[in-house]
Design a binder for this molecule. Structure first.
Ligand code: HEC
Length: 270
């Protein structure tokens, strides 16, 4: 009596699918030799340069044949039921189709599609015109830079004279009038305005995080210059926005990132 002889149903199952098929010595040997030959071919083929995609296709093809030999003989799929074989082959087919489509995509990509540190859009944040050693300090040079930026980015709402009367000022909330000190939501202090330009004042004052920090400083000095002298920054308030005057090196490390949607947008427009 076999070890599971009393379970009739199991016996039927076993007979039907021939679970215990024993490979003949010859078949085992032939299978092994086939695998060895295929391995040698793989190694040989990898030494010949057929171009990246052909080498890849060939290696995948040989690997597939080897996998089939193993599953058919060693794992007994050849002697298994039709259903199991069908399931296996269709799974294998879809895996192969997946690999083929993926490979087709990867190998036909234009080199420029890979994101590298030299890609223009990743540098956007760092190309903000002149670099200022202490951008948190007002100077003629930084005000001149701020004026240019203001006229292209902000005058449409805030007006060229900073009165909050640009053509785009018909908003439910009036753009700030920079010539007066009242009505401001953030403290009228350079570091606070610099920070505000990164995050905006929802929902009508848009964020300008895509501008380089130096650009945002330039705009800060320029808009504050329309009105009475602003509150002065301290070492602490500057350090709070990443520009500690006592650690000037840290300033350079500030925020080299740009918002992802802006990056994608730039990228698509290239
Ligand atoms: C789409 C129109 C629009 C544009 C463009 C715009 N702003 Fe504004 N801005 C507003 C509105 C509206 C407010 C008032 C928001 C509020 O009070 O909620 C505002 C407020 C401000 C404030 C005051 C923030 C505070 O804390 O009170 C500053 C400073 C400012 N904007 C600077 C700028 C600068 C610099 C630019 C260009 C880089 C700019 N804005 C571009 C509409 C705009």
């Amino acid at each position: 009596m076999s070890h599971h002889g009393d379970h009739g149903s199991e016996n039927d199952y076993e007979r039907k699918f021939d679970l215990h098929h024993i490979l003949s010595k010859a078949t085992s040997r032939n299978t092994l030799v086939t695998l060895l030959i295929l391995t040698i071919i793989t190694v040989g083929a990898s030494r010949i340069d057929l171009g990246q995609s052909l080498n890849f296709a060939l290696a995948m093809f040989i690997a597939t044949v080897k996998a089939m030999v193993v599953t058919m003989f060693f794992m007994g799929l050849k002697y298994d039921s039709k259903e199991n074989r069908g399931i296996f082959y269709s799974a294998a087919f879809f895996v192969l189709a997946f690999i083929a489509l993926t490979a087709q995509d990867i190998f036909t990509r234009h080199a420029g599609w890979q994101i590298g540190k030299n890609d223009v859009f990743l540098q956007v944040a760092n190309v903000g015109g002149p670099s200022f050693e202490k951008p948190y300090e007002k100077s003629e040079a930084i005000l001149a830079h701020g004026k240019k930026l203001f006229e292209t980015n902000c005058a449409v709402c805030h007006g060229a004279g900073g009165l909050g009367d640009g053509p785009g000022s018909a908003l439910p909330v009036k753009p700030r009038n920079f010539t007066v000190a009242d009505g401001w939501k953030n403290p009228r202090r350079p570091s606070a305005i610099f920070k505000m330009l990164e995050v905006g004042v929802p929902p009508y004052m848009p964020p300008y995080a895509q501008l380089a920090p130096n650009d945002r400083w330039a705009l800060t000095h320029y808009v504050l210059n329309f009105g009475p002298a602003p509150e002065a920054d301290t070492q602490q308030t500057l350090a709070a926005v990443g520009f500690d005057p006592l650690k000037p090196a840290a300033a350079a490390a500030v925020k080299k990132t740009i918002p992802i949607d802006f990056a994608i947008d730039r990228y698509l427009k290239q």
